[in-house]
Design a protein around this ligand. Structure first.
Ligand code: ZN
Ligand code: ZN
Length: 259
């Protein structure tokens, strides 16, 4: 069962592409009747990309300071979790792991946003031609396979609790499709997650982007069949998006009860 009282994935102005202070997200989460909100700020290391969509080391210091203040201030009203959405970079994975061990995180969400091609990185979930065209030039199929294999490596290497964005790769490309070979890779990824007692994130931003959850229902069913816990995240980049579409997740919980 997904706990619909916990939004386990929100961002703030710290990442340069979201709006709202940490406190504004906490206040919205309380207004939504949530028992807990977990910040999952972006960490990336060694990414060669025209803009920064992640926090610096200094930002993470400030993030923890402010987060601890909010934990105290709202104690008894709502729990505030301080987590990280770590973007995997196979070339810099030791550095990433070292950074992670420097803090006590309430959640480490594993993502893989930036894929390297000839020394530059491209965002696999972007709709902008800069990334989409460069990645499509490699073959959409190959990008999906590389994405899933690399995610599995990330799961095996990093101390993660939750896997984010399972099927977000190339989601804005018209030719995106998961074939049989991709499904095998997803199964292997899930096995690696089971071995590490990780959960799969159900990201409700999908209801806005494509009218259903991320990942798609068939992947959710497969995860449930393999015994993977599911956790909900709104991926809010604005305070008013905290807990968005969580009522739709009742459907997933309900169907589980029935069979
Ligand atoms: Zn973001
Ligand atoms: Zn996110």
């Amino acid at each position: 069962m997904i706990d619909l009282k916990i939004d386990g994935h929100v961002h703030t102005t710290f990442c340069h592409h979201a709006i709202g202070t940490m406190e504004e997200y906490v206040v919205y989460a309380m207004a939504r009747g949530l028992s807990k909100v977990i910040f999952l700020e972006h960490l990336e290391v060694g990414i060669n990309y025209p803009e920064s969509t992640w926090l610096t080391g200094d930002d993470f210091e400030k993030y923890f300071q402010e987060g601890r203040r909010l934990q105290q201030k709202y104690r008894g009203d709502i729990e505030v979790g301080l987590g990280v959405e770590v973007g995997y970079n196979p070339e810099r994975r030791e550095e990433i792991r070292d950074f992670l061990t420097g803090y006590k995180w309430d959640r480490v969400g594993i993502s893989y946003h930036y894929m390297e091609i000839e020394g530059r990185h491209y965002n696999v979930v972007s709709r902008k031609p800069y990334s989409l065209d460069a990645l499509a030039g490699q073959g959409v199929d190959k990008v999906v396979s590389r994405y899933l294999r690399t995610l599995r490596e990330a799961v095996e290497f990093l101390p993660g609790n939750v896997l984010c964005h399972l099927d977000a790769v190339m989601r804005y490309h018209p030719a995106i499709a998961f074939d049989q070979q991709h499904l095998v890779l997803v199964g292997e990824l899930f096995e690696a997650m089971v071995a590490r007692e990780m959960a799969l994130e159900i990201n409700t931003s999908g209801y806005l982007i494509r009218g259903g959850p991320f990942p798609a229902l068939n992947f959710i069913r497969q995860a449930q069949a393999m015994g993977l816990p599911l956790v909900a995240g709104s991926d809010a980049h604005r305070p008013e998006d905290v807990g968005r579409f969580f009522d739709r997740l009742l459907e997933i919980n309900h169907q589980r009860n029935n069979g």
